[in-house]
Write a protein that binds this ligand. Structure first.
Ligand code: NAD
Length: 349
């Protein structure tokens, strides 16, 4: 029986508790939180509940899950590894490259692993994007727009507090950046330009746009905003033979199309009243277009945890490695720096 202990028994602590319940021979046995109500809720689920880290770390557990606000991740991860535990940490792994390097050092010294909950690698919308890109169905990709927009406006709770690691770049940004990096794991990021704004939440960013240029010529534009009352697609990809649009996280809404034959010499439907006098931007005659069926993605909501458990048993390599996360943190830091200086940052990350 593998034993798991959870630090921070809030929203994501409970999410992980639920995930573990799907697997045999793995059990959450204890929790540590600094809030009495959360400890009571852990006890109700039959867990041993601790109010101090030291007492919690005396428990005989194989894996510590860290699901606290972000400023505690590095400290708790280091302490857990130093007492012989492997660590699954919520994203963002850390709030800086320095903190991430410290985690890597301790992981190497102790021989315990550190991994991060980048479960959005298994989201259906992202897997559709990956399948379409890798199949070449829309040709060579030039631009990828990846976007998450909400309506709520002001960030809530500790997410509105800079000391806690609040703000959307640490929150959604790391998921979206991770997805782009995993789409092209062999490429480097050659330049970064970012705008990081506080529109409705004074102390932290609640709107950002990051442009990442990759060594293969692909330009990825990542955009998150907490206040948008109209919809834009979750993904939009330009290829040199077609386009892909995904409306939401389902991976089933939207569409993809490519042209039949060669790009040159197509006739468009001219004389459109709304468009006005343009031939370049007039729509193509339908016979030149070929609809691409979106690939049907199987349910992979347990895949992240399945791999993690196999890694704990020494049977599989972890999907999410420290070197991937170090890269991600370097990009986050460069994005903040670019926004501060209002400059393009040349990199080879
Ligand atoms: N992977 C994802 O999709 C995803 C989604 C949401 C949140 N997260 C991440 O999960 C983490 C937790 O977010 P949440 O939404 O569950 O927050 P939350 O506020 O719901 O829960 C945080 C818990 O940590 C406890 N806590 C706070 N400070 C503590 C401390 N010093 N020591 C011990 N316990 C402490 C709180 O009492 C609370 O129970 C964050 O890092 C967040 O970025 C990840």
């Amino acid at each position: 029986m593998l034993k798991v202990g959870i630090i921070g028994f809030g929203y994501m602590g409970n999410f992980h508790y639920e995930k573990v319940s799907h697997f045999d021979d793995v059990q959450v046995t204890c929790a540590f939180d600094n809030n009495d109500e959360k400890l009571k809720s852990a006890e109700k689920k039959g867990l041993k509940a601790y109010k101090t880290l030291d007492e919690f770390l005396k428990e005989d557990i194989d894996l510590v899950v860290i699901a606290t606000p972000n400023q505690w991740h590095e400290k708790y991860a280091v302490a857990a590894m130093k007492t012989g535990k492997n660590v699954l940490c919520e994203k963002p792994a850390t709030m800086s490259v320095d903190e991430m390097n410290q985690i890597i050092r301790v992981s190497k010294e102790t021989g315990n692993f550190f991994t991060v909950h980048q479960q959005r690698r298994f989201d259906p919308d992202y897997r559709v994007v990956k399948d379409i890109v890798n199949s070449g169905a829309i040709g060579k990709i030039t631009t990828i727009e990846s976007r998450v927009l909400g309506e709520r406006g002001v960030c809530f709770g500790w997410r509105a507090d800079p000391e806690s690691g609040g703000g959307m770049l640490y929150d959604w940004g790391v998921h979206l950046i991770d997805q782009i990096l995993q789409l092209y794991p062999e490429e480097t990021v050659t330049s970064i330009y970012a705008r990081v704004l506080s529109v409705l939440t004074p102390a932290v960013d609640d709107l950002f746009e990051i442009t990442l240029n990759l060594s293969n010529g692909v330009c990825a534009k990542v955009n998150v905003g907490t206040f948008a009352l109209q919809k834009l697609p979750r993904w939009f990809l330009f290829g040199d033979r077609g386009t892909l649009k995904l409306d939401d996280f389902s991976g089933t809404e939207g569409g993809a199309a490519r042209i039949k034959g060669e790009v040159q010499g197509f006739e468009s439907v001219v004389g459109q009243k709304v468009l006005g006098p343009s031939r370049t931007m007039a729509p193509l005659k339908p016979e030149y277009l070929e609809k691409i069926d979106l690939p049907k993605e199987e349910d992979m909501t347990l895949e992240y945890w399945r791999n993690l458990i196999e890694a704990l048993r020494g049977k599989e390599a972890l999907y999410v490695t420290t070197s991937q996360i170090l890269r991600q943190m370097k990009i986050v830091e460069a994005a903040f720096e670019s926004a501060k200086r209002n400059e393009v940052i040349k990199t080879s990350i």
